[in-house]
Design a protein around this ligand. Structure first.
Ligand code: BYC
Length: 317
């Protein structure tokens, strides 16, 4: 019986059909999905902090409204993704507790500080750009609720990327001080953006199995290359350079060659030792604790509704 279920699962995955919440799935598949989707959800929620830092200091009402809307979209992405984990039997509060206790990860990128307003543009252009490269293939991931959540998220991410690029174009047509600010932000965010795709394939513990299950559709290195190839002409159009002396077009490969990020730094950040890790988690923990009364009130309201309904059913019987 177990073999038959396994065969049916494999057949569904191989035929590019979707696995749905009530379908049988191997425990490893379920746990890998919960791990990846929860990390993704945590990244969206923690990712609100570096940009949230600038909402009160945006240089105009227009920029403030744009930034506010973008950060709100990120909260929405986190919510769709937590909902997707719930279809796999995970509990949202349990995932949040695991995040604030350091038992689940979130993207390394959000442990770097946002020092100037140019960082808002560069996050939109490079960080959301990397997110799109990574997430468009996830619209074809084998688990239905995750694939469907990704379609909407990608539409919003591509809008985020364009607003970042537009902000940078505006700054690049301003003063020399503004242009310098943009270049400085690009210098600081380029390598961390490349790290978002995860470790090199040879050190990626999950890729092989996740590709076989069609959870991941490309390897980390494939997507990193795609991102570099996509970003180089955009940088030229903008008038900035990337801080990589090895970056050049390779005619034979039909791709850009580029240098390696500092992988020791990456693992330090993933282990919790980045510049902002402690601050990000402390902030998330405080928000969770401060929100306890809202959750308690919602539960008390729901319980009252149930008892009211029960009473009404009793009266009409
Ligand atoms: N940061 O075997 P690997 C956004 C971990 S949100 C931290 O290659 P996998 C946005 C990895 O978890 C962007 N940890 O892993 C939001 C694994 O450890 P465990 C978030 C990382 O899962 C707001 C170990 O390293 N996007 O765009 O096959 C504002 C070995 O790695 C990282 C997603 O989450 C990292 N960068 O591949 C703006 C997309 N990389 O779990 C923008 C969905 C790796 O075994 N996720 N690790 O203990 C994925 O596509 C994949 O999970 C990854 C990693 C490509 C990230």
């Amino acid at each position: 019986m177990a073999d038959e279920l396994d065969l049916a699962f494999e057949r569904t995955v191989r035929s590019e059909a979707r696995i749905e919440p009530r379908d049988w799935m191997p425990d490893g598949y379920r746990n890998t999905l919960i791990r990846q989707i929860a990390q993704h959800a945590h990244s969206e929620i923690i990712g609100m902090q570096p940009e949230g830092n600038w909402i009160s200091r945006a240089p105009s009402l227009r920029r403030k409204a744009i930034l506010l809307a973008k950060v709100q979209d990120e909260a929405g992405h986190g919510l769709y993704l937590y909902s997707a984990t719930e279809t796999l039997g995970a509990d949202r509060t349990d995932l949040t507790v695991k995040l604030i206790e350091g038992r689940q990860k979130y993207s390394s990128i959000f442990n770097y500080p946002t020092l100037t307003f140019a960082d808002m543009g560069v996050i939109g252009w490079l960080v959301d750009g990397a997110a799109i490269c990574n997430q468009v293939p996830l619209c074809r991931t084998s688990y239905g609720p995750y694939a469907r959540a990704m379609i909407r998220i990608c539409k919003e991410e591509s809008f985020h990327q364009r607003q970042g690029y537009e902000l940078l174009m505006t700054m690049m047509s301003g003063t020399q001080a503004q242009r310098d600010m943009v270049q400085d932000a690009v210098n600081r965010w380029w390598w961390p953006s490349l790290m978002m795709f995860g470790p090199p394939d040879a050190e990626s513990s999950n890729t092989e199995q996740s590709m076989a299950w069609r959870i991941k559709r490309n390897t980390n290195d494939e997507l990193r290359q795609k991102f570099v190839d996509m970003s180089v002409p955009q940088a030229a159009h903008l008038g900035v350079t990337f801080p990589d002396p090895e970056l050049r077009w390779n005619e034979e490969r039909g791709h850009h060659d580029f240098g390696q990020p500092d992988w020791d730094e990456f693992w330090q950040v993933v282990k919790g030792n980045g510049v902002c890790n402690a601050q990000r988690i402390a902030h998330r923990r405080k928000a969770h604790e401060d929100g306890a009364w809202v959750r308690e009130a919602a539960e008390a309201h729901a319980a009252r509704q149930v008892s009211k309904e029960a009473k009404m059913i009793g009266q009409s019987a």
